[in-house]
Design a protein around this ligand. Structure first.
Ligand code: RB5
Length: 156
């Protein structure tokens, strides 16, 4: 599959290792920056990965920032994006199997390349089970997303 990858400066030190791991696993990479450790704003990179998924340019995304948290908060504002910070392998595969996450967020100030390798492998090899209870919960999340968009458009 094609995997969109981006980081801010906090995630940059881990980005090359993550890209190498994705390629070793036989997947394609869409590298959306950043390309140095100069300070940038993580929402810009979260938006780039989210947009790549929305357009169908990639099937999954991996975002790196210092903690993984800021990137996940930003990515989850986008329609159809389900991002999770996963620093344990159970969450990295269960997040896909049950919650259908399509973006894995990692904190380069929290984990190193060896842990990142296991997490990326767990995330990319996992598949959504499609079981009725998970579909029902995802549909409730979609309803929250739609209702909140509609409410804010009525108040503006
Ligand atoms: C950047 O210093 C840092 O705030 C950012 O990478 C991230 O950790 C936010 O969640």
């Amino acid at each position: 599959m094609k995997v969109a990858v981006a980081s801010d400066h906090g995630g940059y030190p881990l980005k090359a290792s993550v890209i190498e791991i994705i390629r070793q696993l036989g997947h394609g990479v869409l590298d959306l920056g950043t390309d140095s450790s100069a300070p940038v704003d993580y929402p810009d990179y979260a938006e780039a990965v989210g947009a790549a998924l929305q357009k169908g340019d990639a099937e999954r995304g991996i975002l790196l920032c210092g903690s993984g948290v800021g990137a996940s908060v930003a990515a989850n504002k986008m329609q159809g994006i389900r991002a999770g910070v996963c620093h344990d392998t159970y969450s990295a595969h269960q997040g896909v199997e049950h919650d259908d996450i399509n973006v894995l967020c990692l904190g380069a100030r929290v984990i190193g390349p060896a842990m990142a390798q296991e997490l990326v492998q767990a995330f990319l090899s996992a598949k959504f089970t499609g079981e009725a209870r998970h579909l029902r919960r995802l549909s409730k999340i979609e309803k929250i997303e739609t209702a909140s968009r509609e409410k804010s458009s009525q108040t503006t």
